[in-house]
Design a protein around this ligand. Structure first.
Ligand SMILES: [Zn+2]
Ligand SMILES: [Zn+2]
Ligand SMILES: [Zn+2]
Length: 226
């Protein structure tokens, strides 16, 4: 753990000094060194965006995760786009993506002036599920917790949605049925016998919601059957 952290810090510091060097170069090549010294940061918490610029104090934050994933081949464009924001704001008070000076700075550096640039490469994780009966797939940004059923017919084991990988979305239905086993966990109440089926195990103990609605009761724990 300690080692991982130390290693990550080292990598982040490396990215940061690259970023500083690149910023200085962009400032020199495109702006005659007129942009003042700004704050530069690499964040390992920034996941929703690839990078952004801020105005008070002036600075740019780039996402460690996306830096790690795409390298400078992609991040160079992101950095330039953010530098254009800094320039347009500092000299002309422009914010956002419509300003004339922002746009011409982007054009000069040959990078995209759209807001989408920052999100272009950010793929959010998706979860995929597939029906064994009809083969239809479902994708969602939030994973299901309890078992869901396809709407192709009556709720049944056959129509239970099976969690799959992206590749398994397109394999032929016959093959899918033959090879992909549903991986679900089943809990059962020892008192009333009620079953709960989930895609993931609970991380903590649960008691039966029918026997003891709205409260946790040690005497009525849901037991893992499968
Ligand atoms: Zn932008
Ligand atoms: Zn179906
Ligand atoms: Zn019960």
């Amino acid at each position: 753990m300690e080692y991982d952290r130390a290693l990550r810090m080292e990598i982040m510091n490396g990215y940061l000094s690259d970023t500083r060097e690149r910023f200085e170069n962009i400032n020199k090549v495109y702006f005659d060194n007129r942009i003042p010294d700004i704050m530069l940061r690499i964040s390992d918490r920034l996941l929703s965006r690839i990078g952004y610029a801020h105005s008070n104090p002036l600075g740019i934050v780039l996402s460690y995760r996306y830096m790690d994933k795409y390298g400078w081949e992609v991040m160079d464009e992101v950095l330039k786009h953010e530098v254009a924001h800094i320039y347009a704001f500092h000299f002309y008070g422009e914010r956002g993506h419509r300003g004339h000076n922002f746009r011409s700075a982007c054009e000069m550096m040959n990078v995209s002036p759209t807001a989408r640039t920052n999100e272009l490469f950010v793929e959010r994780d998706k979860w995929h599920y597939r029906c064994r009966a009809c083969g239809q797939t479902y994708s969602t940004y939030r994973p299901f917790s309890t078992v869901q059923f396809c709407d192709c017919g009556e709720k049944s084991d056959e129509r239970m949605l099976i969690k799959i990988t992206k590749d398994q979305m397109t394999i032929p239905l016959q093959e899918f049925r033959a090879h992909i086993r549903p991986k679900i966990t089943v809990y059962k109440c020892t008192q009333c016998g009620r079953e709960v089926r989930r895609y993931k195990r609970w991380s903590e103990k649960h008691s039966c919601a029918i026997c003891h609605p709205g409260e946790y009761d040690e005497s009525c724990l849901m037991q893992l059957v499968k």
